[in-house]
Design a protein around this ligand. Sequence first.
Ligand code: FAD
Length: 268
Amino acid sequence: MIPKVRRFKRRRMIPLEVRANVRVSPSFSRLTLGGATLAGYSSPGRDHTVRLFFPRTRQAGLWLPSLRNDAWMAETLLQPVSRRPWVRNYTVREHRPDKQELDIEFALHGDQGPASAWAARARPGDPAGIFDEGYSYLPPDGADRQLLVADESALPAVLAILSAAPAALTGNVFLEVPRTADIRPGITCPAGVEVKWLPRDGAGTIPGELALEAVRNTPDLGAPSYAWVAGEAKLATGVRRHLVSERRVEKKDIAFIGYWRHGRSSPG
Ligand SMILES: Cc1cc2nc3c(=O)[nH]c(=O)nc-3n(C[C@H](O)[C@H](O)[C@H](O)COP(=O)(O)OP(=O)(O)OC[C@H]3O[C@@H](n4cnc5c(N)ncnc54)[C@H](O)[C@@H]3O)c2cc1C
């Protein structure tokens, strides 16, 4: 599944440190990362994705690759495990250039994931690093009716997209979260966009299944001119298949990104 991604032309490895770690709701931690190294940094908003580097347990500091092109991955993998950091994809939820800091919101899913475990315990002063990737929310001009679908891993991206959306935007948004207490009241969103929150609340479903069912069972989606879907891989592919075969949405008008795979660790 290779999405259309707009990549940044100038990229650099940016060492940062944790400034704050706030438990936003039972399943989400918002980490603020900052440093003078963010001077001159800019974010396009949307689903701005970075590679996030963080140390393994028992590593004293954080090693970052020196390369600024795609060879950073090979450079990282060649390091001994004692030096090699963990690396995962995350979304810049908000960038505050005046304070030289940015927020990343982590969907916490227990200690079996290194990123989830790190985010649950990170404290001010802990080292982290980022490397810009790009963004995939690329609605064509005039796409004034849209469909956005996400599980908790892509909630930060959808909230960033909605907070910058034009007032005239209309459409449907489906947001699956682990628990009712994870619903964010009063999100910034155009008045013509209908947001449906889908808490699992302990139902034994794999993340994404509720959202996929909700999209399938919504009688009228109002012919979206653009759709953006992200989350567990089956959610992304399932919604795309449904839109193409049942709703006659053109493939070119659908961005679908598998953020993670149930039962499989991210590489890195
Ligand atoms: C472009 C992009 C942007 C992303 N932005 C964000 C973001 O802003 N916030 C965010 O929380 N995630 C985001 N993700 C998803 C995140 O990268 C993955 O969830 C990642 O696998 C988490 O790493 P980990 O070390 O915690 O778990 P891993 O080591 O990768 O996986 C360990 C186990 O946990 C399971 N797992 C992984 N993620 C989840 C999950 N979310 N819920 C339940 N089980 C899971 C895996 O299936 C595996 O069994 C993004 C992914 C992509 C590709």
